[in-house]
Design a protein around this ligand. Structure first.
Ligand SMILES: C[S@@+](CC[C@H](N)C(=O)[O-])C[C@H]1O[C@@H](n2cnc3c(N)ncnc32)[C@H](O)[C@@H]1O
Length: 310
């Protein structure tokens, strides 16, 4: 059955966040693997919180609470941990971890948003054969696209100019506004972590994708699958006064160890050897080129004491 074609932003928003939307009815970990599912990531976030003397860590878009659960055993009971998430509180979440659906007005401490901005819906445009930039509409039940009205946007001219018919862009205004709003609430450090691109390397046909059940699937905003697009990190950084650094650099600066333990240790202390070997494997996944290591961290505040430089 076909439905009325909608602007992508509206169809995307319904697909993920309506009452029967994807993130209201399933957990991210059922469908894909993120930083939050890799143990050593929590170690780096704990280090960041300690360096900033944060008393509170807020995980925005906390998914199944994996990061917060790992943090609880790392930072001890004195630090407040709060998940802000539209999905229901996970049953297995430790009682000492708070869970709420909206951000507090003011946040003192550290706020982390891992793979949150890529799920903030945006308008999508395409340059038509006549050279005009038009809004892309989508049938939510089939994913079939049509071109709608012309869409004029200062943001496109500044951040993602289209030059050839067929080229597409995801207009980042909603992400810019969303992250600026988050940062304005934080007295401390805010970090958004996501895949992204900068003006010099925008993908000519955009990055809109769907994932479900551990694999990439056709892009259809029908609520049965994730809908995601990479983040224009330079634009968000400017809007929010943040600095963009690659994940591999951020994690190195936070002391993540990727080297394997010496083989001697396997004989003298096999348990510690295996523990460090597993941690090095996880760290390797977090810094891998072509994978999680290519993510961007948009940081407001500091990764270490002193000034943050890109
Ligand atoms: C891709 S998942 C990432 C989950 C987790 N951070 C991770 O890295 O595994 C994005 C999550 O953000 C949540 N989310 C999106 N918009 C939100 C909002 N405005 N407030 C709270 N949670 C939101 C979704 O429900 C979803 O669980």
């Amino acid at each position: 059955m076909t439905m009325r074609a909608l602007p992508w932003r509206e169809a995307w928003d319904r697909a993920l966040y309506a009452e029967d939307g994807f993130f209201r009815t399933s957990r991210p970990a059922e469908h894909f693997r993120t930083n939050a599912h890799v143990g050593s990531f929590a170690t780096a976030i704990a280090e960041l919180a300690l360096r900033n003397e944060a008393q509170t860590i807020i995980d925005l878009g906390a998914g199944g609470g994996e990061l917060l659960t790992a943090l609880r055993s790392l930072v001890g009971d004195q630090m407040r941990l709060i998940g802000v998430e539209l999905g229901a509180r996970p049953e297995s979440l430790p009682e000492s971890i708070g869970w709420q659906s909206a951000l507090p007005e003011q946040i003192d401490g550290l706020l982390v948003a891992n793979e949150w901005l890529d799920n903030v819906p945006c308008d999508i445009v395409e340059m038509a054969d006549d050279g005009r930039v038009r809004q892309v509409l989508v049938d939510p039940s089939t994913g079939v696209e049509t071109l709608g009205d012309e869409l004029d946007s200062d943001w496109l001219r500044t951040w993602w100019p289209l030059t050839e018919p067929g080229e597409r862009a995801e207009i980042g205004l909603t992400r810019d506004a969303a992250w600026a709003d988050v940062v304005a609430r934080v007295n401390g450090t805010a970090v958004a972590i996501d895949y992204g691109h900068r003006r010099a390397d925008r993908p000519p046909f955009g990055t809109l994708r769907s994932y479900a059940g551990g694999r990439e699937v056709d892009v259809v905003p029908d609520g049965s699958r994730d809908v995601t697009a990479h983040v224009a990190v330079d634009s968000v950084a400017q809007a929010a006064g943040a600095t963009a650094v690659r994940q591999r650099d951020a994690l190195t600066r936070l002391g993540l160890q990727t080297t394997r333990p010496p083989l001697d240790l396997a004989h003298t202390d096999p348990a510690i050897y295996l523990q460090r070997l597993a941690a090095a494997g996880e760290a390797g996944e977090l810094v891998a080129g072509g994978g999680l290591g290519d993510f961007w961290w948009l940081v407001t505040g500091s990764l270490e004491h002193g000034t943050l430089t890109p």
